[in-house]
Design a protein around this ligand. Sequence first.
Ligand code: BGP
Length: 477
Amino acid sequence: MSNYTFPKDFLWGGAIAANQSEGAYLEDGKGLTNVDLLPTGDKRRDIMKGYVPSLKPLKDEFYPSHEAIDFYHRYKEDIALFAEMGFKVLRVSIAWSRIFPTGEDETPNEAGLKFYDDLFDELLKNSIQPVVTLAHFDVPVNLIEKYGSWRSRELVYLFERYAKTVFSRYKDKVKYWMTFNEINMLLHLPFLAAGLIFKEEGNKKQIQYQAAHHQLVASALAVKTCHEIIPDAKIGCMLAAGTFYPYTCNPEDVFHALEKDRESYFFIDVQSRGKYPGYAKRFFKDHHLNIEMKPEDEEILKNHTVDFIGFSYYSSRTTSTDPEVIKNMTSGNVFGSVSNPYLEKSEWGWTIDPKGFRITANQLYDRYQKPLFVVENGLGAVDEVTEDGKINDDYRIDYLKQHIAEMAEAIQDGVEIIGYTSWGPIDIVSASTGEMKKRYGYIYVDRDNKGKGTLKRIKKKSFYWYKSVIESNGENL
Ligand code: BGP
């Protein structure tokens, strides 16, 4: 028994994304998206960074999102398993290109709209509320080809139309929404996060921050539209969060850690406070960035701020200004973190820092004073199936137990957290690696990195542990 108490209506559940779970990548009219062009293996990283060899799948490559775990056809079976664990919510995303296959079709794709109708009905039938992300990385390829994706102001209007369409269609079924998943990832993996392609070596920052502005305006317009169409809904932003520690108490390191935190907070400052912060304006000036803004943008951003702060937490980050430290301790993670000598790492080199979760939650709440929603947390690990078909993932239980405990401490610190949807409650495709081998689930899926396997679902040891956590509202941690 733990001595932790969670709010009685705490939203326990799990989180998946369309492109990492559904498969059926061209079924029922769905259009091709940027994520459908990401193969598993070495080339994936460069393509995610915007160096894209082709806007059509190459015949000798394996694209894990094309079939993923076939959630598109198996969602009823999977939802029954989530219900058995007692989920209150399931975070999913809508694939923009199921609704508007080219992103700019005259009329929406009814088969796509119907799929999500059926999905939400199945969730509600099982007393699970959908929590829906409008854009979890995917962008219709046509918008990349025709407009350069989020470089273009055109996407603001096309996204607003998409948002209006789904808010109107699902207004009686979905009461929790988020706009852009991990909006700050646009700076680190621009093709994955926003469909941005860099051909010329020109000023990437100019392209990225112009695209960021378009996404921020689009996000605010989605907030406006959501409040108009579904007055009782809550709509949030979504940040890939994780506090930055300075490597030493050298003021240079401390200031650099502040700058690195602000690199991510910038997006949420705009989405939650409604205006560009001074440090961003200085950054644009110092880097000679000329961000084109329309006269109406200032009012749009100011008047339509988010209702809650959604965020993912996997680990903290560490930064140094010492070239020797940078050279010898680089961790290789996308945020440019150096290794923290006090902390262990996962098999994929992700730092494991439960206390950092409490620190990050406190910092976010101090900064924004709005309800927080933890919409991703989890451990990607290699799972072994024993002779008798068991998966004894004690390592995952340990990771989650420690992180949920620190989240409970944050709540006792006075941080308002409305829910926790652990990432990948069922094994799905890893975003960064495209691998199935990097498993997060309470439910194992028989499928390997090359798409081989029966897709059979198997409950892991953590399935029963999380079931007990939920039914005791965190008591049985
Ligand atoms: C976040 C994404 C998720 C998920 C998660 C785990 O960036 O929002 O889509 O993928 O990271 O990362 P990975 O799948 O790379 O292990």
